[in-house]
Design a protein around this ligand. Structure first.
Ligand SMILES: [Zn+2]
Length: 158
């Protein structure tokens, strides 16, 4: 079993701080995953879908929650994408701060980062000012997401 899901629908996800990798990737896929504090109280009271590996936290949670039962990162992505019913990459968010990215001219990105980026598509974060482009890192992401979608992992509903 990959995961257990409970509670109603949610428009955003609150990812347990222990799952930072997952939070960054979900933002790149366009999922609204606002940064959350590390306290259990904050996680337990979020209006978002709580995503955690902590059974005790999951048990105490009254609202929507998803408990991950595997270490497989592609399974994590697959489970959350299917639980939310989202279409990946309709938009992208900053992996660092969750703000929606906007397209910029890659010449601007190259000036800002001080080197060539060899990409036809570039983005900037309006909140933290980070630049992103379709480099080898993104191609790795795309293949992992493709694998995740092909898996079609679904949670057992509690
Ligand atoms: Zn940012």
């Amino acid at each position: 079993m990959t995961c257990i899901l409970k509670g109603g629908p949610a428009k955003c996800v609150a990812v347990d701080a222990m799952l930072g990798w997952l939070a960054r990737w979900l933002r790149i896929l366009g999922v609204d995953a606002p940064p959350v504090g590390e306290s259990d109280e904050e996680l337990l009271s979020t209006p978002c879908l709580l995503v955690t590996r902590d059974r005790e936290l999951f048990r105490r949670r009254k609202g929507p929650a998803l408990l991950l039962l595997t270490d497989d990162h592609a399974a994590w992505l697959s489970a959350v994408i299917n639980a939310l019913g989202i279409t990946p990459f309709r938009e992208s968010r900053c992996p660092k701060c969750n703000a929606l990215l906007y397209r910029v001219d890659c010449e601007e990105a190259e000036r800002a980062v001080g080197h060539r980026v060899a990409s036809a598509v570039c983005w900037r974060c309006p909140n933290c000012g980070s630049y992103y482009w379709l480099g080898s890192h993104w191609r790795g992401i795309l293949s992992t997401v493709q694998r995740a979608l092909e898996r079609g992992d679904r949670c057992e509903v509690e």
